[in-house]
Design a protein around this ligand. Structure first.
Ligand SMILES: *Cc1c(COP(=O)(O)O)cnc(C)c1O
Length: 230
């Protein structure tokens, strides 16, 4: 049965978060679990909500809007590549509370503009392409500090941290250096006077390693919802 499976997976993920946190001398409560519901049905979202999850991540604006119209009491994070012409829709959704994927100055300006119009200050994370993968979005690590400095001039954008997507590999140990690089980047930025508290890193395949390295948010889809057609 669907709900039984969801519950089992949720318990499993929570236990693994706790164990990974423990290995790093951290508390599980320091790590926010974002249930990535892209491609998954409203019914599954509702079932997870019943189990106490109310923070969900979506990566397409249209899908997010459609789901949001049919659900209440949910907080959304936007985690996908964001096109500038879609920013206005996100800014109108009060319950969309974090954009993980700020990756260009033009996008930052657009978010600032629409946040101001909607009388809000929008929390964002900078997506950094630490692996240097050409197929991935994100700032180059070496451009990140300058971007952080520039962002200070945007009054309606609240920069809270960094995000990265590690390459998919069989053995997640292989991507530990990616996560470590994001942590080091945050330290370099802190040394210049900008404290960024959030590190969004880790997905189903690699969240335990990410937590050991310092993730404050993990984005988990398959590990919670199962495969898309299940
Ligand atoms: C889909 C997605 C996830 C979740 O991936 P899983 O491997 O299913 O856990 C996390 N982050 C981003 C940016 C995604 O697009």
């Amino acid at each position: 049965m669907l709900e039984v499976d969801l519950k089992e997976r949720l318990v499993n993920i929570r236990e693994r978060i706790k164990a990974a946190a423990g290995r790093a001398g951290r508390e599980a409560s320091e790590i926010k679990l974002i249930a990535v519901s892209k491609n998954h049905s409203i019914d599954k979202i509702l079932a997870l909500k019943k189990l106490g999850i109310n923070l969900f991540g979506e990566s397409r604006v249209q899908e997010l809007r459609e789901k949001n119209e049919r659900l209440t009491g949910i907080t959304w994070h936007f985690i996908g590549h964001l096109q500038r012409n879609k920013v206005k829709y996100l800014m109108r959704m009060e319950n969309c509370q974090l954009i993980h994927s700020l990756d260009s100055w033009r996008l930052a300006r657009e978010i600032n503009k629409w946040a101001r119009k909607n009388k809000r200050v929008m929390p964002v994370l900078l997506e950094v392409n630490v692996s240097g993968d050409e197929n991935k979005f994100g700032l180059k690590p070496e451009d990140t500090l300058a971007f952080v400095e520039e962002t200070q001039s945007l009054k309606f954008v609240d920069l809270q941290g960094l995000m990265t997507i590690a390459p998919y590999v069989k053995d997640p140990e292989e991507v530990r250096p990616c996560f470590r690089q994001l942590v080091e980047l945050r330290e370099e930025i802190a040394a210049k006077g900008y404290q960024l508290k959030e590190l969004s890193m880790g997905m189903t395949n690699d969240f335990e390693v990410a937590i050991e390295e310092g993730a404050t948010m993990v984005r988990i889809g398959t590990g919670l919802f199962g495969k898309r057609d299940e």
